[in-house]
Write a protein that binds this ligand. Sequence first.
Ligand SMILES: NC(=O)c1ccc[n+]([C@@H]2O[C@H](COP(=O)([O-])OP(=O)(O)OC[C@H]3O[C@@H](n4cnc5c(N)ncnc54)[C@H](O)[C@@H]3O)[C@@H](O)[C@H]2O)c1
Length: 314
Amino acid sequence: MSKIKDVAVIGTGVIGIGWIIRCLAHGKRVRAYDINPKNKNDLIEEIKRTRPFIKKVFYKNKINLKNLSFFTKLDEALLNAEIIFECVPENYSVKIKLMKQIGLFSKPFSVISSSSSGLLPSKIYSKCKNPQRGLIGHPFNPVYLLPGVEIVPGKKTKKVYINKARKFYKSISMNPIMIKKELPGYLADRLQEALWREGLHIINEGHATTEDLDRAIEDGPGIRWSLMGTFLTFHLAGGKAGMKHMLEQFGPALKLPWTKLKSPTLTKKLVNRLVTGTKKQSKGKSVARISNIRDEYFVNLLKLRKKYENKIRN
Ligand SMILES: NC(=O)c1ccc[n+]([C@@H]2O[C@H](COP(=O)([O-])OP(=O)(O)OC[C@H]3O[C@@H](n4cnc5c(N)ncnc54)[C@H](O)[C@@H]3O)[C@@H](O)[C@H]2O)c1
Protein backbone atom coordinates (compact mmCIF):
# COMPACT_ATOMS: atom_id res chain seq x y z
CA MET A 1 0.00 0.00 0.00
CA SER A 2 1.26 3.45 -0.84
CA LYS A 3 2.23 5.63 2.11
CA ILE A 4 2.05 8.79 0.03
CA LYS A 5 -0.15 11.39 1.72
CA ASP A 6 0.93 14.71 0.18
CA VAL A 7 0.27 15.44 -3.47
CA ALA A 8 0.58 18.49 -5.70
CA VAL A 9 -1.69 19.18 -8.68
CA ILE A 10 -0.32 21.66 -11.21
CA GLY A 11 -2.97 23.01 -13.58
CA THR A 12 -6.53 22.94 -12.26
CA GLY A 13 -8.62 22.65 -15.43
CA VAL A 14 -10.85 19.65 -16.23
CA ILE A 15 -8.26 16.98 -15.40
CA GLY A 16 -6.48 18.73 -12.52
CA ILE A 17 -9.83 19.17 -10.76
CA GLY A 18 -10.58 15.48 -11.37
CA TRP A 19 -7.30 14.41 -9.70
CA ILE A 20 -7.92 16.79 -6.79
CA ILE A 21 -11.39 15.37 -6.11
CA ARG A 22 -10.19 11.74 -6.35
CA CYS A 23 -7.20 12.39 -4.07
CA LEU A 24 -9.30 14.30 -1.51
CA ALA A 25 -11.86 11.49 -1.54
CA HIS A 26 -9.03 9.16 -0.49
CA GLY A 27 -7.83 11.33 2.39
CA LYS A 28 -4.79 12.79 0.63
CA ARG A 29 -3.53 16.31 1.35
CA VAL A 30 -3.61 18.26 -1.91
CA ARG A 31 -1.60 21.34 -2.85
CA ALA A 32 -2.98 22.97 -6.00
CA TYR A 33 -1.51 25.56 -8.35
CA ASP A 34 -2.71 27.16 -11.60
CA ILE A 35 -1.34 30.17 -13.48
CA ASN A 36 -4.92 31.44 -13.41
CA PRO A 37 -5.85 31.85 -9.71
CA LYS A 38 -9.52 32.41 -10.69
CA ASN A 39 -9.70 28.66 -11.34
CA LYS A 40 -10.03 28.16 -7.60
CA ASN A 41 -13.72 29.12 -7.86
CA ASP A 42 -14.38 26.48 -10.56
CA LEU A 43 -12.60 23.94 -8.38
CA ILE A 44 -14.76 24.63 -5.34
CA GLU A 45 -17.93 24.57 -7.48
CA GLU A 46 -16.92 21.23 -9.02
CA ILE A 47 -16.16 19.73 -5.60
CA LYS A 48 -19.69 20.70 -4.52
CA ARG A 49 -21.29 19.38 -7.73
CA THR A 50 -19.58 16.00 -7.52
CA ARG A 51 -20.01 15.49 -3.76
CA PRO A 52 -23.10 13.19 -4.01
CA PHE A 53 -21.43 10.97 -6.65
CA ILE A 54 -18.19 10.70 -4.67
CA LYS A 55 -20.12 9.64 -1.59
CA LYS A 56 -21.91 6.90 -3.50
CA VAL A 57 -18.83 5.47 -5.25
CA PHE A 58 -16.32 5.67 -2.44
CA TYR A 59 -18.91 5.07 0.27
CA LYS A 60 -17.61 6.54 3.51
CA ASN A 61 -14.93 8.65 1.86
CA LYS A 62 -16.02 12.21 2.48
CA ILE A 63 -14.06 15.16 1.22
CA ASN A 64 -12.42 17.24 3.92
CA LEU A 65 -11.74 20.68 2.46
CA LYS A 66 -9.11 21.27 5.13
CA ASN A 67 -6.93 18.89 3.11
CA LEU A 68 -6.93 21.26 0.12
CA SER A 69 -4.64 24.28 -0.22
CA PHE A 70 -4.44 26.55 -3.26
CA PHE A 71 -1.14 28.32 -3.96
CA THR A 72 -0.19 31.23 -6.19
CA LYS A 73 3.44 30.14 -6.53
CA LEU A 74 4.59 26.89 -8.10
CA ASP A 75 7.46 26.24 -5.66
CA GLU A 76 5.13 26.59 -2.68
CA ALA A 77 2.67 24.12 -4.17
CA LEU A 78 5.44 21.58 -4.73
CA LEU A 79 6.71 21.75 -1.16
CA ASN A 80 6.58 18.31 0.53
CA ALA A 81 4.57 16.74 -2.31
CA GLU A 82 5.54 13.10 -2.84
CA ILE A 83 3.69 12.81 -6.12
CA ILE A 84 3.08 15.65 -8.56
CA PHE A 85 0.29 15.60 -11.13
CA GLU A 86 1.02 17.81 -14.11
CA CYS A 87 -2.25 18.81 -15.79
CA VAL A 88 -1.40 21.77 -18.05
CA PRO A 89 -2.44 22.02 -21.73
CA GLU A 90 -1.43 19.31 -24.22
CA ASN A 91 1.50 21.19 -25.70
CA TYR A 92 5.16 20.12 -25.69
CA SER A 93 6.66 23.57 -25.10
CA VAL A 94 4.33 24.35 -22.14
CA LYS A 95 4.96 20.97 -20.53
CA ILE A 96 8.76 20.94 -21.17
CA LYS A 97 9.11 24.40 -19.58
CA LEU A 98 7.03 23.42 -16.56
CA MET A 99 8.86 20.11 -16.03
CA LYS A 100 12.14 22.00 -15.95
CA GLN A 101 10.79 24.05 -13.03
CA ILE A 102 9.24 21.03 -11.32
CA GLY A 103 12.62 19.30 -11.53
CA LEU A 104 14.22 22.24 -9.73
CA PHE A 105 11.65 22.77 -6.98
CA SER A 106 10.18 19.34 -6.22
CA LYS A 107 11.15 17.21 -3.26
CA PRO A 108 13.90 14.63 -3.95
CA PHE A 109 12.50 11.16 -4.65
CA SER A 110 9.02 12.51 -5.47
CA VAL A 111 7.20 11.02 -8.47
CA ILE A 112 6.39 13.40 -11.32
CA SER A 113 3.36 12.27 -13.29
CA SER A 114 2.12 13.99 -16.44
CA SER A 115 -1.55 13.58 -17.37
CA SER A 116 -0.72 13.92 -21.08
CA SER A 117 -3.08 12.15 -23.47
CA GLY A 118 -0.43 11.02 -25.94
CA LEU A 119 2.81 13.04 -25.86
CA LEU A 120 6.10 11.20 -25.38
CA PRO A 121 7.45 11.29 -21.81
CA SER A 122 11.10 11.34 -22.96
CA LYS A 123 10.36 14.63 -24.72
CA ILE A 124 8.22 16.09 -21.92
CA TYR A 125 11.06 15.47 -19.41
CA SER A 126 13.88 16.41 -21.82
CA LYS A 127 14.79 19.60 -19.91
CA CYS A 128 13.92 18.26 -16.45
CA LYS A 129 16.94 17.53 -14.27
CA ASN A 130 15.30 14.39 -12.84
CA PRO A 131 13.87 12.48 -15.83
CA GLN A 132 14.34 9.26 -13.84
CA ARG A 133 11.38 10.36 -11.66
CA GLY A 134 9.15 11.36 -14.57
CA LEU A 135 6.41 9.30 -16.18
CA ILE A 136 2.94 9.60 -17.66
CA GLY A 137 -0.19 8.77 -15.66
CA HIS A 138 -2.88 9.20 -18.30
CA PRO A 139 -6.38 9.23 -16.76
CA PHE A 140 -9.84 9.37 -18.29
CA ASN A 141 -12.42 12.08 -17.77
CA PRO A 142 -14.13 12.19 -15.26
CA VAL A 143 -11.00 11.28 -13.30
CA TYR A 144 -12.86 11.20 -9.97
CA LEU A 145 -15.04 8.28 -11.20
CA LEU A 146 -13.24 6.32 -13.93
CA PRO A 147 -10.66 3.82 -12.63
CA GLY A 148 -8.33 3.53 -15.64
CA VAL A 149 -4.88 5.15 -15.75
CA GLU A 150 -2.16 4.39 -18.31
CA ILE A 151 1.34 4.46 -16.81
CA VAL A 152 3.96 5.15 -19.47
CA PRO A 153 7.69 5.33 -18.70
CA GLY A 154 10.14 7.54 -20.57
CA LYS A 155 13.51 6.21 -21.74
CA LYS A 156 15.16 7.39 -18.49
CA THR A 157 12.40 6.57 -15.99
CA LYS A 158 13.58 4.33 -13.16
CA LYS A 159 11.54 1.29 -12.16
CA VAL A 160 11.36 2.37 -8.53
CA TYR A 161 9.27 5.42 -9.54
CA ILE A 162 7.02 3.37 -11.81
CA ASN A 163 6.34 1.06 -8.87
CA LYS A 164 5.74 3.99 -6.52
CA ALA A 165 3.25 5.47 -8.99
CA ARG A 166 1.51 2.11 -9.50
CA LYS A 167 1.05 1.68 -5.75
CA PHE A 168 -0.19 5.23 -5.38
CA TYR A 169 -2.79 4.90 -8.14
CA LYS A 170 -4.03 1.69 -6.56
CA SER A 171 -4.34 3.49 -3.22
CA ILE A 172 -6.79 5.93 -4.83
CA SER A 173 -8.93 3.06 -6.22
CA MET A 174 -7.50 3.03 -9.75
CA ASN A 175 -6.56 0.16 -12.07
CA PRO A 176 -3.18 1.06 -13.60
CA ILE A 177 -2.54 -0.15 -17.14
CA MET A 178 1.24 -0.66 -17.35
CA ILE A 179 2.81 0.21 -20.71
CA LYS A 180 6.34 -1.13 -21.18
CA LYS A 181 7.74 1.45 -23.57
CA GLU A 182 6.62 4.90 -24.64
CA LEU A 183 4.58 5.18 -27.85
CA PRO A 184 2.67 8.17 -29.23
CA GLY A 185 -0.99 8.17 -28.21
CA TYR A 186 -0.36 5.30 -25.73
CA LEU A 187 -3.15 2.67 -25.94
CA ALA A 188 -6.63 4.01 -25.26
CA ASP A 189 -6.30 7.31 -27.09
CA ARG A 190 -4.83 5.58 -30.09
CA LEU A 191 -7.99 3.51 -30.27
CA GLN A 192 -10.23 6.52 -29.59
CA GLU A 193 -8.40 8.55 -32.20
CA ALA A 194 -9.09 5.94 -34.89
CA LEU A 195 -12.81 6.13 -34.12
CA TRP A 196 -12.75 9.93 -33.92
CA ARG A 197 -11.01 10.24 -37.32
CA GLU A 198 -13.54 7.95 -38.98
CA GLY A 199 -16.36 9.95 -37.42
CA LEU A 200 -14.90 13.21 -38.73
CA HIS A 201 -14.70 11.77 -42.25
CA ILE A 202 -18.32 10.54 -42.10
CA ILE A 203 -19.54 13.98 -40.91
CA ASN A 204 -17.36 15.80 -43.43
CA GLU A 205 -18.85 13.74 -46.24
CA GLY A 206 -22.36 14.51 -44.96
CA HIS A 207 -23.38 10.87 -44.30
CA ALA A 208 -24.41 11.44 -40.68
CA THR A 209 -24.75 14.01 -37.92
CA THR A 210 -22.80 13.99 -34.64
CA GLU A 211 -25.98 12.64 -33.02
CA ASP A 212 -26.34 9.75 -35.51
CA LEU A 213 -22.76 8.68 -34.87
CA ASP A 214 -23.10 8.98 -31.11
CA ARG A 215 -26.24 6.83 -31.19
CA ALA A 216 -24.45 4.24 -33.32
CA ILE A 217 -22.02 3.78 -30.43
CA GLU A 218 -24.31 4.41 -27.45
CA ASP A 219 -26.91 1.80 -28.37
CA GLY A 220 -24.55 -0.93 -29.53
CA PRO A 221 -20.78 -1.16 -29.08
CA GLY A 222 -20.74 1.33 -26.19
CA ILE A 223 -22.88 -0.87 -23.97
CA ARG A 224 -20.63 -3.86 -24.71
CA TRP A 225 -17.43 -1.88 -24.22
CA SER A 226 -18.24 -0.99 -20.64
CA LEU A 227 -17.74 -4.65 -19.76
CA MET A 228 -15.49 -6.06 -22.51
CA GLY A 229 -13.08 -4.53 -24.99
CA THR A 230 -13.06 -5.07 -28.76
CA PHE A 231 -11.15 -8.36 -28.74
CA LEU A 232 -13.18 -10.34 -26.24
CA THR A 233 -16.34 -8.88 -27.80
CA PHE A 234 -15.28 -10.13 -31.25
CA HIS A 235 -14.37 -13.53 -29.76
CA LEU A 236 -18.05 -13.86 -28.77
CA ALA A 237 -19.10 -12.64 -32.24
CA GLY A 238 -17.61 -15.82 -33.73
CA GLY A 239 -20.13 -18.13 -32.06
CA LYS A 240 -18.96 -21.42 -30.54
CA ALA A 241 -15.62 -21.33 -32.36
CA GLY A 242 -14.93 -17.84 -31.08
CA MET A 243 -12.24 -15.63 -32.61
CA LYS A 244 -11.24 -18.30 -35.16
CA HIS A 245 -14.65 -18.29 -36.84
CA MET A 246 -15.01 -14.54 -36.42
CA LEU A 247 -11.77 -14.07 -38.42
CA GLU A 248 -12.87 -16.55 -41.12
CA GLN A 249 -16.10 -14.62 -41.56
CA PHE A 250 -15.05 -11.01 -41.05
CA GLY A 251 -11.30 -11.20 -41.76
CA PRO A 252 -11.81 -10.56 -45.51
CA ALA A 253 -13.69 -7.32 -44.66
CA LEU A 254 -10.38 -5.92 -43.38
CA LYS A 255 -9.39 -5.64 -47.06
CA LEU A 256 -12.48 -3.59 -47.95
CA PRO A 257 -11.84 0.15 -48.07
CA TRP A 258 -14.16 0.94 -45.13
CA THR A 259 -11.89 3.16 -43.13
CA LYS A 260 -9.87 6.21 -44.12
CA LEU A 261 -7.33 6.37 -41.27
CA LYS A 262 -5.75 9.73 -42.21
CA SER A 263 -7.54 12.57 -40.48
CA PRO A 264 -9.53 15.11 -42.50
CA THR A 265 -8.63 18.80 -42.31
CA LEU A 266 -10.60 20.67 -39.67
CA THR A 267 -12.16 23.11 -42.12
CA LYS A 268 -14.58 25.83 -40.95
CA LYS A 269 -17.45 23.77 -42.38
CA LEU A 270 -16.45 20.65 -40.45
CA VAL A 271 -15.87 22.56 -37.19
CA ASN A 272 -19.29 24.16 -37.62
CA ARG A 273 -20.95 20.76 -38.13
CA LEU A 274 -19.30 19.44 -34.96
CA VAL A 275 -20.12 22.46 -32.81
CA THR A 276 -23.73 22.89 -33.98
CA GLY A 277 -24.28 19.13 -33.99
CA THR A 278 -23.24 18.67 -30.36
CA LYS A 279 -25.09 21.84 -29.32
CA LYS A 280 -28.27 20.43 -30.85
CA GLN A 281 -27.68 17.10 -29.08
CA SER A 282 -27.37 18.94 -25.74
CA LYS A 283 -30.99 20.16 -26.12
CA GLY A 284 -30.28 23.37 -24.19
CA LYS A 285 -28.67 21.54 -21.25
CA SER A 286 -25.41 23.00 -19.86
CA VAL A 287 -22.19 20.97 -19.68
CA ALA A 288 -22.61 20.82 -15.87
CA ARG A 289 -26.18 19.43 -16.23
CA ILE A 290 -25.09 16.76 -18.70
CA SER A 291 -22.10 15.96 -16.46
CA ASN A 292 -24.51 15.36 -13.56
CA ILE A 293 -26.56 12.93 -15.64
CA ARG A 294 -23.37 11.19 -16.83
CA ASP A 295 -21.94 10.96 -13.31
CA GLU A 296 -25.11 9.50 -11.87
CA TYR A 297 -25.13 6.93 -14.68
CA PHE A 298 -21.44 6.07 -14.10
CA VAL A 299 -22.02 5.64 -10.36
CA ASN A 300 -24.73 3.05 -11.06
CA LEU A 301 -22.77 1.46 -13.90
CA LEU A 302 -19.61 1.13 -11.77
CA LYS A 303 -21.61 -0.66 -9.09
CA LEU A 304 -23.14 -3.02 -11.63
CA ARG A 305 -19.76 -3.54 -13.30
CA LYS A 306 -18.11 -4.54 -10.03
CA LYS A 307 -20.53 -7.47 -9.83
CA TYR A 308 -19.59 -8.74 -13.31
CA GLU A 309 -15.99 -7.69 -14.06
CA ASN A 310 -14.43 -10.21 -11.69
CA LYS A 311 -16.39 -13.01 -13.36
CA ILE A 312 -14.92 -12.01 -16.73
CA ARG A 313 -11.38 -11.22 -15.61
CA ASN A 314 -10.72 -14.04 -13.17
N1 LIG B 1 -9.84 16.74 -21.00
C1 LIG B 1 -9.70 15.43 -21.10
O1 LIG B 1 -10.63 14.68 -21.38
C2 LIG B 1 -8.36 14.78 -20.81
C3 LIG B 1 -8.31 13.40 -20.54
C4 LIG B 1 -7.08 12.81 -20.19
C5 LIG B 1 -5.93 13.58 -20.17
N2 LIG B 1 -5.99 14.92 -20.48
C6 LIG B 1 -4.73 15.68 -20.43
O2 LIG B 1 -4.70 16.46 -19.24
C7 LIG B 1 -3.95 17.66 -19.48
C8 LIG B 1 -4.81 18.86 -19.09
O3 LIG B 1 -5.96 18.88 -19.90
P1 LIG B 1 -7.32 19.62 -19.44
O4 LIG B 1 -8.39 19.08 -20.31
O5 LIG B 1 -7.46 19.57 -17.97
O6 LIG B 1 -6.98 21.13 -19.88
P2 LIG B 1 -7.68 22.48 -19.38
O7 LIG B 1 -7.49 23.46 -20.46
O8 LIG B 1 -9.05 22.20 -18.86
O9 LIG B 1 -6.77 22.91 -18.11
C9 LIG B 1 -5.42 23.29 -18.21
C10 LIG B 1 -5.11 24.20 -17.01
O10 LIG B 1 -3.70 24.44 -16.97
C11 LIG B 1 -3.50 25.80 -16.58
N3 LIG B 1 -2.15 26.16 -16.98
C12 LIG B 1 -1.68 26.47 -18.22
N4 LIG B 1 -0.35 26.65 -18.18
C13 LIG B 1 0.04 26.46 -16.88
C14 LIG B 1 1.30 26.51 -16.21
N5 LIG B 1 2.42 26.77 -16.86
N6 LIG B 1 1.33 26.27 -14.86
C15 LIG B 1 0.17 25.99 -14.18
N7 LIG B 1 -1.05 25.94 -14.78
C16 LIG B 1 -1.11 26.15 -16.11
C17 LIG B 1 -4.63 26.57 -17.26
O11 LIG B 1 -4.87 27.82 -16.62
C18 LIG B 1 -5.80 25.57 -17.09
O12 LIG B 1 -6.52 25.81 -15.89
C19 LIG B 1 -3.55 17.63 -20.95
O13 LIG B 1 -2.25 17.13 -21.07
C20 LIG B 1 -4.55 16.67 -21.56
O14 LIG B 1 -4.07 16.02 -22.71
C21 LIG B 1 -7.17 15.54 -20.79
